[in-house]
Ligand binder design. Structure first.
Ligand code: HGY
Ligand code: MN
Ligand code: MN
Length: 417
């Protein structure tokens, strides 16, 4: 088999692709801010851009019932399952121009490079855009890759609603991305994902590539605190059941829980809404979200137990009631040693500095790891910032990540059935 270890992606082309697609969902007045929520106008536009770019180099495109895009380039041995290169095109409401889309466009760049070089891999290569990775419009996150892996049913996913009560099914229909293919109906030989680290480690250590060995555990909750709406001027403090004051005590507890196991536990309240939201009415209801993370199951469980204990205390202290509704649980994941070796080997051959590390963020690879050998490649991002309009990488970093992706996929293609 020909040795393609000298092959490199076209870094300028990758960077211009990233720049060109950043027009879809760019936040006006910001240098790099992106808002490209699942199946929004901007998401539909970038999806169509990807489909055009893929078909232009002879790839066949299949859309599944959750709108996930599978763009496939044939291999020389059609009986082999495809090696997938996947990530996501949707962003957070105040996201950046690299989270997710870097992995999809690097996949396209790998195929463009093979196409230009006239190289046919043994396995088909499949570039995948997983619908709704972020979980920003529809909860839970990674819902499409979760259905593909059998974690969620298709009906469960289609029934999820956004804050306006629009179901994922309706959004797919409206966007013209309600495809025909059954999610998970075809096998993958492997799943590779290039992603920005979204944290400070690689940049702080001056390391070029993260060889990701797994993903920490994640629990999401919706919390509803109920008290009694009352007049700000006539209700004595001792007689109040102020939902906001109760929620505030809970918020302090959530922060303490996140600090309980330094370097391993994390907690976030991303959404906190008081009703009715009038300055001279004490709130009778507060709705908030809680995101807990930990690399170990036992650690995550302890965080939940501690949260429930404090909830009971706050109820006694304030006379309010607190409901903790679990929304999503993603257990810690270990990636495949064979894929990790392919990534580490490619990085070594390319001469890039690298380290093995876990991912703090969830990714579609969490679920593909259930059904196919999976691994991830990280590149540093400026100040470790992500889910923020300031998110940034350099062209050289994007090129290095895509070169590792190319060489790891070629190596894996050579070595596996
Ligand atoms: O929430 C996460 O970790 C991912 O960015 N969706
Ligand atoms: Mn992402
Ligand atoms: Mn993200």
């Amino acid at each position: 088999m020909t040795d393609h270890t000298a092959l490199r992606i076209a870094g300028d082309r990758l960077w211009s692709t990233l720049t060109e697609t950043a027009q879809f969902g760019a936040i006006p007045g910001t240098p790099r801010g992106m808002c490209r929520l699942t199946l929004s106008e901007a998401d539909v536009a970038v999806r169509r851009w990807l489909i055009d770019a893929a078909t232009a180099i002879g790839m066949t495109v299949t859309i599944d019932k959750l709108g996930t895009i599978h763009a496939r380039r044939p291999g020389s041995e059609p009986g082999l399952a495809p090696i997938a290169i996947g990530s996501h095109l949707d962003t957070q409401p105040t996201g950046g121009r690299f989270d997710g889309i870097l992995g999809v466009l690097a996949g396209l760049e790998v195929v463009r490079t093979l196409h230009d070089a006239g190289i046919t891999t043994r396995h088909p290569i499949e570039v995948i855009n997983w619908t709704n990775e972020e979980g920003a419009r529809f909860a839970p996150a990674m819902v499409a890759s979760g259905v593909f892996a059998g974690e969620f049913t298709l009906d469960y996913a289609l029934a999820q609603t956004d804050r306006d009560g629009i179901t994922l099914a309706a959004a797919l229909d409206q966007a013209g991305f309600a495809g025909a293919a059954e999610p998970g109906a075809h096998a993958l030989a492997a799943h590779f994902e290039l992603h920005i680290e979204q944290g400070p480690v690689l940049e702080a250590e001056g390391i070029e590539i993260g060889v990701v060995n797994g993903v920490q555990g994640i629990r999401w909750y919706d919390v509803v605190v109920k008290g009694q709406t009352c007049h700000a001027g006539t209700t004595p403090m001792a007689l109040r059941r102020d939902a906001l004051q109760a929620a505030a005590r809970l918020a302090v507890a959530v922060d303490h829980i996140g600090r309980s196991d330094p370097g391993r536990s994390l907690s976030t309240i991303g959404l906190f809404q008081a009703y009715p939201g009038s300055r001279n009415t004490a709130p009778g209801e507060v709705r908030l979200t809680v995101d807990l993370r930990h690399p170990e199951v036992a650690g995550l469980d302890l965080m939940e137990v501690t949260l429930r204990d404090r909830m009971a205390e706050v109820e006694r202290e304030t006379g309010c009631t607190i409901a903790l509704n679990p929304v999503w649980y993603s257990p810690p994941v270990r990636f495949d040693p064979g894929v990790i070796d392919a990534i580490a080997g490619a990085t070594q051959r390319l001469g890039y500095t690298h380290r093995t590390m876990p991912s703090g963020a969830g990714h579609d690879s969490v679920y593909t790891a259930r059904v196919a050998p999976t691994g991830m490649i990280f590149i540093p991002c400026e100040n470790g910032i992500s889910h923020n309009i300031a998110e940034n990488v350099t062209p050289a970093q994007a090129t290095q990540g895509a070169n590792v992706l190319l060489q790891a996929v070629l190596d894996y293609d050579r070595r596996t059935a």
